[in-house]
Design a protein around this ligand. Structure first.
Ligand code: ATP
Ligand code: MG
Length: 246
């Protein structure tokens, strides 16, 4: 209870402007029901600050994608709590979940571009809800596609792009609106070394300029050094959490 009339004390952890980007506590997750039930994540505790770039790595099947999909509210937690930017997403009504997801930047393991949309149109969709003039939107779309080496492919649909080019369109789409949290699942898997570097630079730039937090899953040891923290997930448990190179 707050003592002063007209003043409502808001606990720091619940303030959406200053709360950490991600706080996961006591998270367990299982797929299936009854006898087929299979635990995938066990007792996960994880905190990611604003402006922090965290890489999650670990063997295939260790639960990395499942963890990312829970943090992005694409699945509901069964046990434990997930506070993203100060909001307990296990408690959010369905309608608010939609808004919440739109504020994030998702890059999925299998990029999922709409076949009917050109690179330009895919990225334009991310800016639909943002209050920018048409000129500003156009400038941003063109600039991000150019920095990702796609200046010549603005008006190509996915069928006419290579795997790595599609991947870069998906990355541009996820970051063009400068979300406060980027969740990226193997974003550089289809990219050569130069393009991986460009993508990592874009992430670092976003982190530096706008205090965005990036949580990125990768098996690519070449990019570990770009992160502030490196987390290992093995058989659904965090087995280490340290600075890369330590
Ligand atoms: N929709 C699903 N239904 C049932 N089991 C699933 C489902 N998705 C994933 N799993 C299982 O959960 C475990 C973790 O899968 P997850 O996709 O999170 O692993 P991962 O660490 O991302 O692996 P990879 O590196 O191969 O992408 C695996 O054993 C997988 O078979
Ligand atoms: Mg995965």
């Amino acid at each position: 209870m707050s003592g002063e009339a007209g003043f409502e004390a808001v606990p720091t952890a619940a303030r959406t402007d200053v709360a950490p980007a991600v706080v996961v506590e006591r998270l367990h997750y299982a797929f299936g029901e009854g006898e087929a039930r299979k635990g995938v994540l066990f007792d996960i505790w994880l905190s990611v600050a604003r402006g922090e770039f965290v890489i999650v790595t670990g063997p295939s099947g260790s639960g990395k994608t499942t963890l990312l999909s829970l943090i992005g509210a694409l699945r509901s937690p069964q046990e434990g709590t997930l506070r993203i930017m100060g909001r307990d997403i296990g408690q959010l009504p369905r309608r608010e979940l939609e808004d919440f997801r739109q504020q994030l930047g998702f890059i999925f393991q299998l990029h999922n571009l709409f076949p009917a949309l050109t690179a330009y149109q895919s990225i334009q969709m991310s800016l639909d809800l943002h209050d920018l003039s048409l000129e500003e939107k156009d400038a941003r779309i063109v600039a991000i596609l150019e920095t990702l080496g796609l200046a010549e492919h603005l008006h190509y649909k996915p069928a006419k792009l290579s795997g790595g080019q599609r991947q870069r369109v998906a990355i541009a789409r996820a970051i063009v609106h400068e979300p406060k949290l980027v969740l990226a699942d193997e974003p550089t898997a289809a990219l050569d070394e130069d393009n991986s570097k460009i993508v990592l630079e874009r992430f670092r730039d976003l982190v530096r300029r706008t205090g965005t937090a990036v949580l990125m899953v990768t098996q690519d040891a070449r990019v570990f050094e770009s992160a502030d923290r490196l987390i290992q997930l093995v058989d659904g448990r965090i087995t280490s959490d340290q600075r890369p190179g330590d």
